[in-house]
Design a binder for this molecule. Structure first.
Ligand code: HEC
Ligand code: HEC
Ligand SMILES: [Ca+2]
Ligand SMILES: [Ca+2]
Ligand SMILES: [Ca+2]
Length: 452
């Protein structure tokens, strides 16, 4: 009842626009019936709470593949690593299914990798490979082979001031890539990307395409400074262009493509989706045309694992400071990109995803985030300044699960407030409004985001 009155109050204030705040009691369970109800360091590693016995078995099989370390051929177990790769297992980059910490040095990149390409005339197509390096920089190689090169990281720190006079600093990483096996072209574009959390992705995959497309406002017709745009990317399984949903630039269409792309580019393991080694045609190529290294059913189980991971229950739901922070989040307009709520229909890919109401806080659209966050490397329709709005659910558990609070596409933000203060471009107005908040309101905003 209290929620209903609250909601009516808000409706009067903002004329009940479709962006208005919704204070459903069910939001305490952000993944609907998939939500996992205990909070501990393993909270990102739980199967959706509504799986049946067969689904639980398939989830367990995918779980094993996600944590297995792959090794170089020949091997009877987990073969196919390399010849060049970034890491040897999914979980080493996505620790406990969470975000990787920002690395301090190129000698241990953890879950950070670099996409590379050279410009091409038509930006509606995928990135153009760099001769000798392809579209991803693999800094490791199996014994007897040379990797594509090394990365150096340095940092540039700047100090900024809130309206109340207190200061904060932002630390920008600078990456230098060197190679002994290829000549790095002067026009090479580099996109640093950190491993994301992988919870709740089945629900994001189940959002009807029409719902996401309806949120686009490419020419900012409503004149609010925000112009979300959907990515359209090539799906090699179906051989067609589809709505992009996954990755920092919404550069992958489905979780099956995402999983097989990851094991291919990040680990060097071929599959029915990507049958050709990433080293093909390069000095690291062994010249053999092998069968796919990952079994097709294993590929499907691996994707299923990410389709069926639970979202943890909210913490600190309904405290007065969390509620104040939520109010500020909506008043400022954070929800214009971080869309609160969706409902699935009754014909998703899996029964356990049907008819769920869930709260991911993302529109899955691309936004220009300004020059400071820009990577300068287009990815299908995403320009060099655009990024996909990341889901915020579970984000407050990073510290408990992963022991760090690094956020944004390369992990540069050292806490939630820094992540917010890095916003620019289409979110410049929201960033400025945050800088004008009182200390208490700023803390409540961060508290609300941390309760998601
Ligand atoms: C070298 C580190 C690394 C390894 C190994 C790795 N990932 Fe990732 N993963 C990333 C990065 C970086 C991203 C973001 C990629 C992008 O923006 O395109 C990502 C993104 C994802 C996403 C999309 C998440 C989202 O919210 O859109 C999924 C799913 C995923 N990885 C699954 C896997 C699976 C399955 C494996 C093992 C086969 C794997 N990853 C191995 C680094 C890694
Ligand atoms: C114009 C769209 C837009 C608006 C408005 C916006 N965001 Fe974001 N947000 C993004 C995008 C895109 C990113 C990813 C940027 C990157 O990684 O470089 C992001 C990243 C974040 C992150 C880090 C997430 C992660 O997984 O690393 C947080 C936290 C966040 N936003 C909170 C907020 C808050 C709070 C507000 C309101 C003050 C807000 N955002 C307003 C688009 C937006
Ligand atoms: Ca291989
Ligand atoms: Ca490469
Ligand atoms: Ca707009």
């Amino acid at each position: 009842m209290k929620n209903v009155i609250y909601f009516i109050g808000i409706c009067l204030m903002v004329a009940c626009s479709k962006d208005s705040i919704e204070n459903d009691a069910s939001e305490e369970f952000p993944g609907g019936a998939t939500t996992y109800n205990s909070i501990f360091s393993g909270s990102y590693e739980q199967p959706a709470s509504n799986l049946n016995a067969n689904e639980l078995a398939q989830h367990a099989s995918g779980d094993k593949l996600f944590s297995n370390s792959f090794v170089a051929n020949p091997s009877t177990v987990n073969p196919g690593l390399g010849p060049i790769f970034n890491n040897v297992s999914c979980v080493l980059c996505h620790p406990k299914n969470g975000k990787s910490p920002q690395p301090f040095s190129g000698s241990d990149l953890r879950g950070l990798l670099f996409r590379v390409s050279i410009p091409r005339a038509d930006e509606s197509q995928g990135p153009m490979p760099v001769p000798g390096l392809g579209t991803q920089f693999q800094h490791r190689a199996i014994v007897g082979t040379t990797s594509e090169g090394q990365v150096q990281i340095s940092f540039q720190e700047t100090t900024h001031t809130f309206a109340d006079g207190s200061t904060y600093s932002l630390r920008k990483p600078i990456y230098t890539l060197t190679s002994t096996t290829a000549t790095i072209p002067a026009n090479m574009m580099v996109s640093p990307r950190i491993a994301q959390q992988v919870i709740g992705l089945g629900l994001l995959e189940a959002i009807p395409e029409s719902v996401i497309l309806a949120k686009q406002d490419i020419n900012d017709a409503d004149n609010d400074g925000i112009s979300g745009k959907a990515n359209r990317v090539f799906n090699p399984i179906l051989g067609v262009f589809e709505l992009g949903r996954f990755g920092w630039k919404a550069n992958n269409a489905t979780l099956l493509v995402q999983a097989t792309d990851a094991i291919h580019q990040d680990m060097g393991v071929t599959s029915f989706v990507f049958p050709q080694e990433t080293a093909y045609g390069q000095v690291q190529d062994d010249g053999l045309a092998d069968d796919p290294e990952l079994d097709s059913l294993d590929a499907i189980d691996l994707a299923f694992y990410t389709q069926s991971l639970a979202v943890p229950k909210r913490r600190d739901f309904n405290s007065s400071s969390t509620n104040n922070g939520k109010q500020i989040f909506f008043n400022i307009g954070c929800n214009k990109c971080h869309t609160q709520k969706y409902t699935t229909g009754n014909n998703t890919a899996f029964a356990f995803l049907n008819n769920q109401t869930f709260y991911p806080y993302t529109d899955l659209l691309l936004h220009d985030m300004g020059p400071d966050l820009a990577d300068g490397r287009p990815d299908y329709l995403a320009t060099g300044t655009e990024w996909r709005t990341p889901p915020l659910w579970g984000i407050g558990l990073s510290e408990l699960v992963n022991g760090h609070t690094n956020y944004l596409h390369d992990g540069r933000a050292r806490n939630l407030l820094e992540a917010i203060m890095w916003h620019g471009g289409e979110a410049e107005a929201q960033k400025i409004k945050v800088s004008q908040l009182s200390k208490k309101d700023r803390e409540d905003l961060v508290k609300f985001v941390g309760s998601l």
